[in-house]
Write a protein that binds this ligand. Structure first.
Ligand code: FAD
Length: 115
């Protein structure tokens, strides 16, 4: 199996790319679908300590994904991207890595820059 770091880098690429291509304004169906995806992801991610901490983070009141909520994390691409950026920064902090400036999210994950 891949090591936790290789798995992590690839997974963040997938998660941020999914967030960066989420609809600008997401219809209810897409919001529900994304909540389901994240919930299942948090249970099948094959780094169990990582998954456990991520599950705890997504259950915090301020981080909860509530489909249909006005201006909620699932309402559209900008909101969901900031949520994903926050999720990643939580892990960065835990690992003592530098925090990413979420204002540069689109530039990094949508319009693209070389890493
Ligand atoms: P990564 O953290 O993998 O980041 C890759 C690239 O993403 C960076 O080069 C940067 O350009 C960009 N980036 C960085 N921060 C952000 C951000 N906030 N928003 C958007 N883009 C950003 N590892 C552990 O050891 N313990 C854990 O508990 C753990 N939990 C994890 C939980 C999840 C859900 C995931 C997906 C990964 C987890 N990892 C964990 C792996 C860890 O986050 C890193 O992926 C791994 O340590 C490799 O780090 P890296 O320095 O190569 O860059």
């Amino acid at each position: 199996p891949p090591d936790v770091e290789t798995l992590g880098r690839s997974t963040w690429t997938l998660l941020h790319t999914i967030a960066a291509t989420y609809p600008t304004t997401a219809p209810m169906e897409k919001q529900t679908e994304m909540k389901t995806f994240i919930n299942i992801f948090s249970r099948v991610y094959p780094c169990w300590v990582c998954a456990e901490d991520f599950q705890r983070w997504i259950e915090l009141p301020e981080n909860r994904l509530l489909p249909g909520r006005q201006g909620g994390h699932l309402s559209g691409r900008a909101s969901f991207g900031q949520w994903m950026c926050g999720a990643h920064n939580e892990v960065n902090r835990k690992l003592g890595k530098r925090e990413f400036d979420c204002r540069r999210y689109e530039e990094r994950w949508r319009t693209g820059w070389a890493d």
